[in-house]
Design a protein around this ligand. Structure first.
Ligand SMILES: [Fe+2]
Length: 213
């Protein structure tokens, strides 16, 4: 395992209220995800969530709160607009680390062990996760999360929803909003999901498990 890679990932994962830098060049995942998609998905959509959130929290008691607290508080208070923008900012910041030009192949380390334990095999897990991502109706996210007992679960979550408000810990996610794939795959979400396995950042998944220990 490349220690430097982990340290860098860890430092990058302090999610602030600003638009984070991408952990790779915008053309690094071509052709699986093209630079044009990052121009829109990161440069327009993610940036818009950040700008919207900035406007929504200004002069409120949450102005100086960490993003995670804004997500939980707005969720509990039923402030849908603030929740959507805060959660989408967090989810995207997390998602950029779930994909990597050095990713793909099969998982190693603790995530591989837990996948085998909780899903029977990597193939079973891959099939279940893919099916969840493909079948999620409308827009949303397929999450791999760790529950209170340490067990891995696949969670389909609509729109901006995130395991953060369920007490479960995010390990990995795949954005299946149309804006994530429409430029490169048009309406073919299954092809996008299939391609995801070629760029999954398993080191990041392992780091997230480590932080939960
Ligand atoms: Fe997105």
């Amino acid at each position: 395992m490349n220690k430097n890679f982990n340290i860098k990932t860890n430092e990058n994962m302090k999610i602030t209220k600003a638009l984070p830098e991408l952990p790779f060049q915008k053309n690094a995942l071509h052709p699986i995800i093209t630079e044009e998609t990052f121009d829109y998905h990161y440069g327009k959509h993610h940036a818009a969530y950040v700008n919207n959130l900035d406007g929504l929290i200004k002069n409120t008691p949450l102005a100086d709160a960490p993003v995670e607290d804004i997500i939980k508080t707005s969720y509990l208070q039923g402030n849908q607009n603030m929740f959507n923008n805060a959660a989408q900012h967090w989810n995207h910041s997390f998602f950029w680390h779930c994909i990597s030009p050095e990713g793909g192949k099969t998982p190693e380390g603790k995530v591989a062990t837990l996948i085998d334990r909780d899903f029977g095999s990597f193939e079973n897990f891959k099939n279940q996760f893919s099916e969840t991502a493909i079948k999620l109706f409308g827009c949303g996210w397929a999450w791999l999360a760790q529950n209170e007992l340490g067990k891995l679960e696949i969670l389909p979550m609509k729109e901006a929803h995130t395991p953060l408000v369920t007490g479960k810990k995010p390990i990995l996610t795949l954005d299946v909003w149309e804006h994530a794939y429409y430029i490169d795959y048009r309406n073919a979400r299954p092809k996008f999901v299939e391609s995801f396995w070629e760029i999954v950042n398993w080191e990041f998944a392992n780091l997230n498990l480590k932080l939960n220990e």
